[in-house]
Design a protein around this ligand. Sequence first.
Ligand code: ATP
Ligand code: MG
Length: 407
Amino acid sequence: MLKKLVEISIKLTSEKNPDKLLELIIVSALDFLQAERSTVFLIDEYTNELYSKVGTGVNAKEIRFPLDKGIAGYVARTGESLIIENPYEHPLFNKEVDLKTGFVTRDILTVPMKNVEDKIIGVFQVLNKMDGKFNDEDKEYAMAFASIAAVAIENARLIEEQKKQYNLLQKAYQELQAAQETIIKQEKFATIGQLASGINHEIKNQLGVIMAVDAIRKMFPDNQKIQMYTQLILDARNRIVSLLDEIRDFAKKKDYEKTQVNLIDLINRTINICRFDKDLDTMKFVFEPEGNINPIVFINADKIQQVLINLIRNAGHASEPKSKIEISLEKQDNFWLIKVRDYGKGIPDEIKEKVWEPFFTTKSSGTGLGLDICKKIIENHNGEIWFESEIGKGTTFFIKLPEMVNQ
Ligand SMILES: Nc1ncnc2c1ncn2[C@@H]1O[C@H](COP(=O)(O)OP(=O)(O)OP(=O)(O)O)[C@@H](O)[C@H]1O
Ligand SMILES: [Mg+2]
């Protein structure tokens, strides 16, 4: 018996998972004490209850009852080990369970489980000795077994607690790191904001000179070409002004003014602007809206145009000259889906998350703000933006804009 007890002790103390340990205690107890059933009841100090897991794995069910109930409760409270030879005649015995399950309890041996500080942490119970009845020797063995089990349970709990603490610490550390990153980002934004408002005024003054083209327009009202080019210059000036405002307000979040806009018109206008962009002038633009659609949305046209220009410029930068840039527009459920597709070099897996970060760029003259601004604008419109990309094949950016509903 002693040898067996040592073996059990080694087995139990090396199981670190609390649930598996309980199963192991129950199985070892049946063999060690030659009993038909065994149960471990643990004390829940918060609720003053005893609880026990019935069954194993996914079928495990928990039963709970107050500490002042039944034989287990009595042993847990008093610390007295108990052999009950005729349970059906014992006032503490609850016949209900047997009545329900059809199991016949012949005798019960119940011992307290004490930890190293002699504190009762639960109760260990075996039912029906295989041959004969539980005797005082069994009681002694059961007590020895129970104290080994108690130590093993406490160990497993400690390890579990340590793991929890470690995870909490880990989480706290990650949160701290994230908070720090946010602070750094905000700091960067604030610096840009300051810088921008400093130069904003000066740039706007210079932009004022561009308004001279307005005079040229008026001088040649019938010259189509002059009208078209000067309009492009004026549009570009307006975008620069709104970009300057955007950079100045970078750290602040604000809602844009929105109006009803036809997406087909907006995309056509945007492509026209891009044709005059020196980085894009060899590109072949293909715009294919789905047939029979009336894509009216409630947006800030300048901002959405800014998004499209950013995506198209990125597409151009990633492509060989004369490549195709395809733009499509389709209706899906209750939103409009715009795709900007290029056949360029693609985005490598390792930077796929990073491209959205402000200041992330792989270009010598990029600011790395393009996609960050796109994301903010689309989110402000309650939309979504994402991409799919394959190295050497190209990239598609997707924009989802909510369908206009009674705005
Ligand atoms: N269509 C694309 N194909 C390949 N790489 C892309 C594409 N779009 C974006 N990228 C990658 O994502 C990075 C970040 O893009 P983002 O538009 O934010 O900044 P940028 O284009 O580098 O600079 P800018 O602020 O001038 O736009 C790019 O530097 C590029 O590496
Ligand atoms: Mg860009």
